[in-house]
Ligand binder design. Sequence first.
Ligand code: GDD
Ligand code: MN
Length: 358
Amino acid sequence: MKETISVIVPTYNEKDNIVPLVERISKALSGYNFEIVIVDDNSSDGTIDVANSLAAKYPVKLLVRRNEKGLATAVIHGIKNCSGKYVCVMDADLQHPPEILPDLVKAIENGADIAFASRYVPGGGVKDWGLVRRMISKGATKVSHVLLPSSRRVKDPMSGFFIFKRENVDPDKLKPIGYKIALEVLLIGHFEHVAEVPFIFEDRTAGKSKLRAKTQIDYLKHVFNLMARTGELAMFIKFIAVGLSGVIVNEGLYWLLTRYGGLADYDYWAVVIGIEASILTNFTLNDTFTFARRRAGKSFIGRLLKFNLTCVVGAGVQWGLFMLFTRVFGVYDLLSNFIGIVAGFLWNYFVNRNWTWK
Ligand code: GDD
Ligand code: MN
C-alpha cells in the first residue's frame, strides 16, 4: 500500500493558477494516494469559489483562514489539518512545477526523511531572473548557511518546495517569522536523511508575487530567532565569554613574564607567548564548554591546529583592518583597532564554528 501524500498549497489571490495547478498535481501523482490541501487566507479574487468547485472532481480539501494571514503560518495550519504520512509543500503560482512531485516522493521512498526541490543542484535553476534577484537569493542562502550551519545539509533551503515525513516534525514547535517555512521545518524537525532533487523555478504567468521589502527583514529576524532556538546563539555568547577570559590570560602572562619572568628586555617575546597561551586556554574552554557537543568524530590534534590557524589569521585580519582604516581612510586609531577587533572576532567565531567544530 502506498502512503498518502498531503500536498499543502498556501494561496492568496491565485484564482487563475489553481485550476491548472490542481490538474497538473493530479496528473503527476496519478497512481499515488494523495490529497491537495489548499490553505487560503480569505482571498478576495474568487480563489475560494474556484477551489470549492475543484473539490467535486479532485481530492481537494479547502481550509480558509479568516482572521490570520501569512504564508508560513498558513502552511503550518495545513500540516496540522492534513492526513498524509508524507507532507509536501508547494506554491500555488506554478513557479514550483508539479511534475517534480514524483521525484520528491521517490526520494522519500528511497530513504530520505525530508527532500527539497532545489535550484542549486545540477539540473536545477531559475528561469529569467535578473542578476540582482539572483544575487539576493544566493546572498540569503549564504546567510543561512553561515549563521545556521545545520542548514548546509541542503544547497537550497529557501526553495519553498519540499516533502517530509510528518512523524519527524512536531507542528506545535514550528514558529516561523515571514516566508521561509522550509528552513523552519528543516531546522526544527528531526531528519536523519536529507535529499535534494533539481527543479527549474518557473516564471509567474498569472497573479502577483506577495514578496515585499519587509519579507527580507522578516527573513533576518527569522534566522536570528532560529539561532536562538537551535542553540547557535548560546554558542556565540559562550565564545564571547571565552574570548574575554583569553584577554585576561594574555595580559596576565605578559605582566608576569615582563615583571617577574626575566623578559623585561624581551617584551616582544612576552607578547607572542601571551597570545599563544591565550589561544591554548581559549581552545580548551571552547572545546570543553562552547562546542562540547560538537567534538564527535573530529580528532583532538585536528581541532587544536584548526583553531590555532584560524586565530592567527584572525589576528592578521585585525591588523590588516587597523592598517587599512588608519592609513588609507584616516580613521581615529582606537576606532580602527576596535573595528579590527570586532571583525577578527567574527572571523574567529564563524570559521571555527563552520570548520573546527563544524
Ligand atoms: N495562505 C496564504 N497567505 N498564502 C500566501 C500568503 C499569505 O499571506 N502570501 C503568499 N501566499 C502564497 C501565494 O499565493 C503562493 O502560492 C505562495 O504563497 C508563494 O507566494 P509568492 O508571493 O508567489 O512568493 P514568491 O514567489 O516571491 O516566493 C516563493 O519563492 C521563493 C524562492 O525564491 C516562495 O516559495 C518562497 O518560500 C521561496 O523562498
Ligand atoms: Mn511565486
